[in-house]
Design a protein around this ligand. Structure first.
Ligand code: AMP
Length: 438
């Protein structure tokens, strides 16, 4: 095989045992949080029809999809996000389900992004969708869940950047800019290309007064909610659709404050997100140590309907697990792996191999992780290999002891050993669990 073929494909990573442990730790927390909030887990396929995934995902993500024709001639793609799959699932299998529907997913996603720190072509998300309610309390639930997720992992000093996309869309709608024109402007704003967004608006026929309004709106940002709402409100007086969006935003913010949401919020009126389907509140969370979002979410009230389902408002959030791992690392949060017992069984001669394998089986039945020496090493080499691999106990099977129903039991940390009866082994290794079992 050519040497290059042994390299990972660009943007693809191997996760080594410690990485996997961290990823599964976050996954476990995510799943517990789903349970606490009443979200049921679903697993949808990684491969979906290209058209489904491409329909509303936004130009930027669309052109980065891993799309291909399968052997049956279908145009398919690897999912770049969960929401389209969830919308499909709700339309096809949950039409009659009582509302709201709360769904949780965890898995890998694929985007042909330019690889850099925290940006990969295969990455992991924990995703939550709350479907069926357009009310501020649903928005607040997702904000609270977001805060609990990040705080629950021990992250500190994070900021949740929020906006209501209905304000910008309301202005553009009033000015007669069609939806695909609006989407293009949102994409530019998402990339913080303010000038690009302004010239796009101009080319789409937006008048001078409205351009002025847009320019002012884009500049409004800050940590203080009432200042923000007032400034935006003063700027959009001529746009009724934007006014009602802002009022909806204000009600959500007020409810979240009264409900005791203790996250640091940052308001930015020119903040848009790349995915096309957002209609209401949108948000992203950041830690000071990384300049990339660790999660993102928002309200999408027309996505399900646009796929041919009934009108079904919804809001969701996706946590970028890889970036959260990075953020935890940067903040010095390393969840400690609980201490584990690990037993190595070493037969002193080949004639005792079957006994060693049987003994390992007996220990595993008692819930004790056990490995048999399979390299044919002698005792001292096997023991030193065991120390290197964090083996906590060694069980040495010698012909003489074995004929008396005993083995040599060695505590690898204390480096002490004693002869004990085979039947006493589980209790010796795990005093509590084996007494519990007997
Ligand atoms: P999005 O679906 O673009 O809103 O992404 C939601 C979250 O997924 C982001 O906030 C990131 O944390 C994470 N994410 C998106 N793209 C990538 C990527 N290429 N690599 C790693 N994480 C990503």
């Amino acid at each position: 095989l050519r040497h290059e073929m042994l390299q990972n494909v660009r943007g693809m990573r191997d996760l080594m045992p410690d990485d996997v442990w961290k990823l599964r730790f976050i996954e476990g927390n995510a799943r517990r949080l789903a349970e606490l909030y009443g979200y049921e887990e679903v697993i949808t396929p990684i491969i979906e029809h290209y058209e489904l995934l491409a329909a509303k995902v936004g130009e930027e993500t669309r052109k980065r999809m891993y799309a291909f024709v399968d052997l049956g001639g279908r145009k398919v793609a690897l999912r770049p996000e969960f929401t389209a799959s969830i919308a499909r699932l709700v339309i096809t299998r949950m039409v009659a389900a009582p509302k709201p529907i709360r769904l949780f997913s965890f898995g890998s996603l694929y985007r042909y992004d330019e690889p850099q720190l925290g940006r990969y072509r295969e990455f992991w998300q924990a995703n939550y969708e709350l479907i069926g309610s357009s009310r501020p309390e649903a928005d607040v639930e997702i904000l609270c869940l977001t805060n609990d997720f990040l705080r629950g992992l021990g992250l500190r000093n994070y900021t949740i950047k929020v906006n209501h996309i209905g304000v910008l869309r309301g202005i553009l709608l009033h000015e007669g800019v069609p939806e695909d024109g609006q989407n293009a402007i949102m994409q530019a704003l998402d990339k913080k290309d303010w000038e690009g967004a302004m010239s796009l608006a101009k080319s789409l026929g937006v008048g001078d007064a409205c351009l002025e309004t847009l320019r002012s709106i884009i500049g409004i940002r800050g940590y203080d909610e009432s200042t923000f709402i007032n400034e935006v409100s003063n700027t959009i007086k001529a746009y009724p659709e934007a006014i009602s969006a802002l009022e909806n935003f204000r009600r959500t913010l007020e409810l979240s404050e009264r409900s005791g949401l203790k996250a640091q919020l940052y308001f930015e009126a020119g903040f848009a997100r790349g995915l096309e389907y957002y209609t209401g509140i949108i948000f992203e969370a950041y830690v000071p140590e990384l300049d990339i979002a660790i999660c993102g979410g928002g309200r999408y009230d027309r996505l399900v309907e646009s796929f041919g389902g009934g009108p079904l408002p919804a809001i969701g959030v996706a946590f970028g697990v890889d970036r959260i791992m990075l953020a935890m690392e940067k903040q010095g949060i390393s969840p400690s792996r609980p201490p584990r017992k690990r037993v190595l069984i070493i037969p002193l001669d080949c004639g005792l191999l079957a006994e060693a394998i049987k003994l390992a089986g007996m220990l595993r039945e008692n819930g004790i992780p056990s490995e048999v020496e399979v390299m044919g090493r002698n005792l001292s080499r096997a023991l030193s290999d065991g120390s290197r691999r964090d083996i906590t106990h060694a069980v040495i099977i010698g012909p003489k002891e074995f004929s008396e129903g005993k083995i040599v039991f060695r505590d690898m940390r204390g480096k002490v050993q004693e002869d004990i009866r085979i039947g006493d082994l589980p209790a010796k290794i795990c005093p509590k669990s084996s007494s519990h079992r007997s």
